[in-house]
Design a protein around this ligand. Structure first.
Ligand SMILES: [Zn+2]
Ligand SMILES: [Zn+2]
Length: 389
């Protein structure tokens, strides 16, 4: 007898008809994905744990080749030259584009930029000479490619792998990269076989995602402003009662209207309660943004889903670890990097400028991807000067 058949018999021996109906309903909810917290066991995933396993590399890429540690400083040498010769040293004049050195090349000894370097070996163009310190060195393969980023594990130049409007993905192509070799060694026998046919489904190499979010995209979600609360016909006391029952105590708008009418003798329709709540929401949101007060250095982030008019949305939160204040909240239609960035930026903005903010999150890869983006932005936005760890 099959395992599932034995299980049916076991269920029938333990549960009543009504309970079995409830179990069936619960299982149908899981199969139709109405209960996103529970998922059926994935046999394939268990056998291939690294298959389509998306994660973000926590290390940011290097922005210059790693081993360019100079022993001399070209700026100092240029100053000395003026001192000695009474005029500045002129850069190299290259007559043709063929002899022009790549902009990414720098002198390995004094750090002189490309304009002070020239090829020293004729047509081969594999050796460079520095006009400032007379250093002779070979052209590094990395400097032949006009690249922005370098792998933090092996120093190899990252190539642009995918480009979309929102993100450019750079990848390390070095077959001897320690990160690549280490992730390759974690594959089990079945995965190694699968990787031969579907190598794109395994993330083995170092990736860096460069996001191109605009300032408009990065704005915090806010309730729609309807009309000012000062225009209401009833007193502010009535407004407060309506909000206390409907928002603080969670009573429905109809029940709130019922309480107002039958307990406080204030005639108000459920629509009035809803209108008041809408009006108060934008005021409360503005107040929250300005008066959050102090928050702790450590803040924990998470997201949960809510239904708005039948559609699924996600609320991103950051909560202060000791003071238990909500440092940030943002509503979005996805769980991707953009809303995570917005929620993290708001959490950082809420902290004091001198605070060293530490953000702790769950396994959602949107957060580490967002941290790379925020760290790049920190140079541009003064309010994000706090250190992220
Ligand atoms: Zn030099
Ligand atoms: Zn690498």
């Amino acid at each position: 007898m099959k395992k599932s058949q034995r299980f049916v018999i076991w269920i029938c021996s333990k549960f009543t008809r009504k309970e079995i109906e409830q179990i069936i309903q619960g299982l149908l909810d899981v199969l139709k994905n109405r209960n996103p917290d529970i998922k059926p066991k994935d046999d394939f995933k268990e056998k291939h744990p690294n298959y389509r396993n998306f994660f973000v590399d926590p290390k940011a890429p290097l922005t210059s080749p790693p081993e360019l540690q100079q022993t001399l400083n070209y700026k100092e040498l240029l100053k000395n030259y003026i001192h000695l010769h009474g005029k500045p040293l002129s850069p190299v004049k290259s007559r043709s584009s063929k002899t022009r050195v790549s902009k990414k090349s720098t002198c390995t000894r004094c750090g002189a930029p490309a304009k002070y370097l020239y090829f020293n070996d004729g047509k081969k163009r594999s050796q460079l000479m520095c006009k400032i310190c007379s250093n002779l060195f070979s052209v590094h393969p990395r400097n032949k490619i006009d690249t922005k980023y370098f792998c933090p594990h092996c120093g190899y130049s990252l190539y642009l792998w995918k480009h979309r409007q929102e993100v450019s993905i750079y990848k390390c192509g070095n077959d001897n990269c320690p990160a690549y070799l280490s992730s390759k060694s974690t594959l089990n026998a079945k995965e190694k076989l699968l990787a031969k046919f579907k190598s794109s489904q395994f993330k083995l190499r170092y990736h860096f995602r460069e996001y191109h979010f605009t300032n408009e995209q990065l704005s915090l979600s806010a309730p729609q402003k309807v009309s000012t609360i000062l225009n209401i016909r009833k007193s502010l006391n009535t407004l407060c009662l309506a909000l206390t029952f409907h928002v603080s105590l969670g009573l429905s708008a109809r029940k709130t209207a019922f309480v107002l009418k039958n307990v406080f003798s204030i005639p108000a329709s459920y629509q009035t309660v809803l209108n008041y709540t809408k009006m108060a929401a934008s005021h409360a949101h503005k107040f929250n943004l300005h008066y959050k007060g102090d928050v702790d250095d450590t803040q924990a982030g998470d997201e949960t889903y809510i239904k708005i008019k039948g559609k699924r949305f996600y609320v991103f939160f950051f909560i202060s670890s000791v003071l238990k204040k909500i440092a940030s909240y943002h509503i979005a239609s996805s769980r991707e990097t953009l809303p995570a960035v917005i929620a993290m930026q708001e959490a950082i903005r809420t902290a004091k400028p001198y605070q060293k903010v530490k953000l702790i999150s769950d396994g959602n890869p949107s957060y580490p991807a967002g941290i790379h983006f925020i760290n790049q932005l920190r140079i541009k936005f003064k309010e994000l000067k706090k250190t992220l760890t």
